[in-house]
Design a binder for this molecule. Sequence first.
Ligand SMILES: *Cc1c(COP(=O)(O)O)cnc(C)c1O
Length: 485
Amino acid sequence: MPEPSIYQKSTPTFANQYIPNLEPRPLTDFLPSEFMATQPPALPRVSEREVVKHYTRLSQKNFSIDTGFYPLGSCTMKYNPKVNDWAAFLPGLAQIHPYQPETTVQGALKLIYDLGTLLCEITGLAEASLQPAAGAHGELTGILMIRAYHEAQGQTAQRRVVLVPDSAHGTNPATATMAGYQVKEVRSNSEGLVDIDHLKALLDESTAALMLTNPNTVGLFEENIVEIARLVHEAGGLLYYDGANLNAIAGLARPGDMGFDVVHLNLHKTFSTPHGGGGPGCGPVVANQQLAPFLPKPRVVRASSPEGEIYHLEANYPDSIGRIKGFYGNFGVMVRAFTYITTLGADGLRQSSQDAILNANFLRHLLKDHYTPSHSHKPCMHEFVVSALKQKKAGTSAGGIAKRLLDYGFHSPTMYWPAIVPEALMIEPTETETPTTLRQFADALIKIDHEIEQDPEFVNHAPHNLAIGRVDEAKAARNPQLTWQ
Ligand SMILES: *Cc1c(COP(=O)(O)O)cnc(C)c1O
């Protein structure tokens, strides 16, 4: 049954007799009169009981990571241990204010400093900035640092091209364009890896950087990465690592050791902050010695004093690209990541990457006779891509399969991306799911495959058992109604 809006539930004459009237201080005490409205806002008048029922019901119509399997590839929708939320909500961390004097927030500054050190160790690089608020924000920061580096070499006009593989996340070419670069696409070969000959043909003195993710977006490890790094560096370019999906390699391999110069990470994917719905996130940037001078400022530094170690925000970095986010960045996300990394420890991090890889390969194996793996010859990393071309020929589509999965209680995989795979379904099970869940998910997909053979139209009209059936997604995206009518 559709849930009426809170305004439809409002009774204009309703007087709430259960909430004490606290006689708040009049707003006129601290707001200048020109900012005061003449009429009070038309808020709904509903009892606390009705409000709780309303929002709890709405939340139960939604799909969530706490209630179901969420194999959304490239998004790492893993279960986030609740202890990390507990730490982020500790009053000493949650109730501090960015305008407080540094002497009163030493613990928070130490946490930021220590988390930066841990991320340097995990990535094999020299220095970190935790300012960026998202993955794409980290990318922009990293590419602006690369631009500043070429500027410092006196090569601004010459180095104008950023190379991006044809399988790249859409934010990569968008980032390079926003930073003022021309984007050229590097082809993937039949194995799903960077086509080295095409890369060689594109590299020259105009190359500013190559942006790469490893494992790449079809879930395969770029095994020629050391040669790729050598080629890019010989051409005078730099190597940018999109580390949004560190879930496959944390504790196993380090971008710095592969030859990358600068990386961003998504703490809100790999390091235990829930995401989706728009934030807040944290996309730290970690750089080698060569690029470290260009990192954003201010940075948290540690100094010795007679009373012991003190931490403070240092802004004296003449080569820095400057500030890219207010205050310290999204601190709560950092607390969760710090708690996550220190409670797992090095062995735990490595184990979680290994389990993520094992789960992905197990699931791919269960599905391989029904859904065609995009590049079947090699084991995958933490995710894999199948093509629903066979199902498309039978009269449905990747989108139809995704909608039908909702009827079986599963969130859809990522669809139609990467674009180099037709009818792509990109599946990332993550390390936090049991073999039983993976079997149930595979069973559902196999049942759907049989349903398509019987009656593709039935699948095309799914979901059949949810509060809302097919919505017009294109219309919702182009003409969003964001306010209550
Ligand atoms: C998620 C993702 C991004 C972007 O991260 P946001 O926090 O959404 O900006 C970039 N690259 C890859 C490979 C990703 O999966």
